[in-house]
Write a protein that binds this ligand. Structure first.
Ligand code: BTN
Length: 319
């Protein structure tokens, strides 16, 4: 019911009487009053004027389900959204929910993570309410060998969302770190459960630094947030839902053709490794190479010191 009241208030943009709302939605005026209070608790600013009714003044910027649903596309596959005050890691929680069979596809969001996980066993600092800490739970009917492409799709979707909503120029460091002015603003950790030739589920975990004002050493030198870059607070609901909408559009295309050809030109135009001298750590060994492009299969094509072309599918690449 909160969702319905919100839709009416957002489309009318004017005062809507309690009586009118109760008639349209077929519930009592007390029920309307209670729902309006819940919306206010979620951070919506709603004015109530005697004899005129209710008017929405400001949408909430809190990561609450009403706000997220309102901005997701109607056909969104994320019909299950779970939001936690605090959790160890949204990826770990997603995996627990899959093991318990209490979720098919969906979205897990935490306001705070106490044991956020980064790639290569690192920690991911996830301070309360300062960023977007979320995991997408997907059950794609694809071969396990191409599932890593989902990471690139998520990275590009997040880069597009940040550019759309802030105007900042975002670079993608292959395969999926997002950087602004050379510092990391977003990371993605994809984990999956597979059988020999099919996927049980994929968890795409995404961390976006949004409203941090500083980072402690040693992160200070390498991490940034949207707020640091812009000098103002950024609405997390807008960033998250724009990311999800982009992701769903790209994901649908990917499921039809099973490679990244439909988006690779744009990905390459945002990729900071192209035409750069790179240091690649692969299976413990370090080598130098020049980045050429990212391929339709998501590999990084490089020219090695001998002048030969090779494609890297896993490894740590630094500029
Ligand atoms: C990286 O090292 O770049 C990947 C960072 C991924 C962080 C996100 S935050 C939400 C999700 N839950 C986790 O524990 N990690 C991912």
């Amino acid at each position: 019911m909160k969702d319905e009241i919100l839709k009416v208030l957002m489309t009318t943009k004017e005062y809507v009487s309690g009586a009118g709302l109760s008639e349209t939605l077929g519930v009592s005026r007390t029920a309307i009053w209670k729902a309006i209070h819940k919306l206010k608790d979620e951070g919506y600013e709603i004015e109530a004027v005697p004899n005129r009714g209710y008017r929405l003044l400001i949408e909430t910027t809190n990561l609450v389900e009403t706000a997220i649903r309102l901005h997701l596309s109607k056909a969104s596959r994320f019909t299950t959204i779970k939001i936690y005050e605090t959790v160890d890691s949204t990826n770990s929680e997603a995996k627990r929910l899959k093991v318990n069979k209490s979720m098919n596809e969906g979205l897990i969001i935490a306001k705070e993570q106490t044991a956020g996980k980064g790639r290569r066993g690192k920690n991911w600092t996830s301070v309360k309410d300062e960023g977007i800490w979320a995991s997408l739970v997907l059950v794609p009917d694809i071969a396990p060998t191409i599932a890593s492409m989902l990471t690139l799709i998520a990275g590009m979707s997040a880069a597009m969302a940040i550019e759309d909503r802030t105007g900042l120029e975002v670079g993608i460091k292959w395969p999926n770190d997002l950087v602004i002015s050379g510092k990391k603003v977003c990371g993605i950790l994809t984990e999956m459960s597979t059988e020999a030739d099919y996927i049980n589920h994929v968890v795409v975990g995404i961390g976006i630094n949004v409203n941090q004002t500083f980072f402690e050493e040693p992160l200070e030198a390498i991490a940034t947030s949207l707020k640091i870059e812009l000098g103002r607070e950024v609405n997390r609901v807008e960033i998250l839902t724009t990311f999800l909408n982009h992701f769903e559009t790209l994901y649908e295309k990917f499921l039809k053709i099973m490679d990244l050809s439909f988006m690779i030109d744009k990905y390459n135009s945002m990729c900071v490794n192209v035409d750069q001298e790179l240091r690649i750590i692969e299976h413990g060994a370090t080598k130098q190479a020049t980045g050429i492009k990212v391929t339709d299969q998501g590999g990084l094509m490089v020219r090695n010191k001998e002048g030969n072309t090779e494609i890297i599918y896993a490894g740590d690449v630094s500029i």
